[in-house]
Design a protein around this ligand. Structure first.
Ligand code: RM4
Ligand code: MN
Length: 388
């Protein structure tokens, strides 16, 4: 049986990064529903993210998205984050919301557009230097809508060239994380549609490039934990963008649609010994809270990742190995299911008490009055939203 204290130690070591954009107003292309108290500035988003860390104790950084979180002075922003009790984490580049990018960004047939996109990516590395961020996360909307629209191989060449230039610009402790997504907004071809394409680019670039698995970016039925195992084996799993999907890129709360899948993914991580920070796996959330209140939704998401991780850590690995070795199919499966069916909430409540936190982070947040305070204080200004 897994040792409870060791499980708690491992859970303490896991750090979950929050997305700044989760705190702004978001929606679908049909409607963005405004919520009261939503941040109007990057600083207010960071303050809200700090609340999530305050009550969970395991979410000590917030990813920024540029230009949504554009400020004049990024050193100052990093200092602000530190004062608020958090830190700036991954820098996300945005080369998908400008009219110039209609035919793509770094894979665009027009060299002037490619240059503009590349300059933005290089600017993002400057921001990382100022904030002390380790990771640059790249997701490209690039692709085509119609057969014949552009040359598939030429687009890959252009993409590779841009990635190479950015890679050369990275400092020795910085990494490039390349995300993939099977489709949307491009419907015929997407330039980085899957982990294989991402991995090929990363392998060509060098050891500081790794793949990001956004759990929402796969076709229904994809065995994501298999992808995770393969990338871990290759030493090229850079991190996760966690969220839940029912259909496509839904960006719902992680662990909400399929907690069993999340458990299976985290089992691959724990089995590879890749939970702690030294393994360099970034556990990020990439979510939007369109109809639910944002700060409690982020707290819930962090708790969901912790619950799945705790269950993965509770797997009796010795019993599992024995059953596997003996070809005991049902026995091996039962070992996994025993762990999955364990109620880990008391263990996590205990862990929080050990850490000097309230056992129920959501209740503690509600009791704090922070939600009421931001609703009263944040009057006027423009609430942060998709695209700003
Ligand atoms: C993309 C991708 C990126 C995220 C944006 C908001 O679909 O998942 O990681 O930065 O959405
Ligand atoms: Mn993502």
């Amino acid at each position: 049986m897994a040792d409870r204290e060791a499980v708690k130690q491992a859970l303490r070591a896991q750090k979950i990064e929050l997305p700044s954009w989760a705190f702004g107003n978001t929606g679908t292309r049909f409607k963005v529903f405004a919520q009261p108290g939503v941040p109007r500035t990057p600083q207010e988003k960071i303050a809200d993210a700090a609340q999530v860390h305050k009550y969970t104790g395991v979410a000590p950084s917030v990813a920024v998205h540029i230009p949504w979180d554009k400020v004049d002075d990024y050193r100052e922003l990093a200092a602000f984050a530190a004062d608020a009790g958090t830190a700036i984490g991954t820098v996300n580049a945005n080369v998908f919301q400008d009219d110039d990018y209609k035919l793509g960004s770094v894979a665009n047939p027009d060299p002037a557009v490619r240059r503009k996109a590349l300059d933005h990516l290089l600017d993002c590395v400057d921001i990382m230097d100022a904030t002390g961020s380790r990771d640059l996360k790249l997701w490209f909307a690039d692709g085509t809508n119609y057969p014949g629209q552009d040359d598939i191989r030429a687009r890959q060449d252009r993409l590779a060239e841009a990635l190479h230039t950015v890679y050369q610009r990275l400092g020795p402790d910085q990494r490039m994380l390349l995300e993939y997504k099977l489709f949307e907004p491009s419907f015929y071809t997407t330039d980085v549609p899957d982990w294989g394409t991402s991995l090929l680019h990363c392998l060509a670039l060098g050891p500081q490039a790794a793949v990001v698995v956004d759990t929402g970016h796969h076709a229904p039925g994809t065995n994501i934990e298999f992808i995770v195992a393969i990338l871990l084996r290759a030493g090229r799993l850079g991190g996760f963008d966690f969220n839940s999907r029912f259909y496509a890129d839904d960006d719902l709360m992680v662990g909400a649609a399929d907690p069993f899948q999340l458990f299976r993914i985290l089992y691959e991580v724990t089995a590879a010994g890749a939970l702690g920070p030294e393994a360099g796996i970034a556990f990020m959330l990439d979510q939007c809270h369109n109809i639910e209140p944002k700060i409690p939704a982020q707290i819930r998401s962090v708790m969901n990742v912790q619950e799945a991780t705790a269950k993965a850590l509770l797997i009796d690995t010795e019993a599992l190995a024995t059953a596997q070795q003996n070809g005991d199919v049902l026995g091996a499966n039962a070992v996994l299911m025993d762990a999955y069916n364990t109620d880990v909430r008391p263990l996590l409540a205990q862990l929080r008490e050990d850490m000097g936190l309230e056992p129920d982070p959501i209740a503690a947040y509600h009791r704090s009055g922070y939600g009421e305070k931001i609703t009263a204080d944040r009057i006027g200004g423009t609430p942060a939203s998709w695209g700003s």
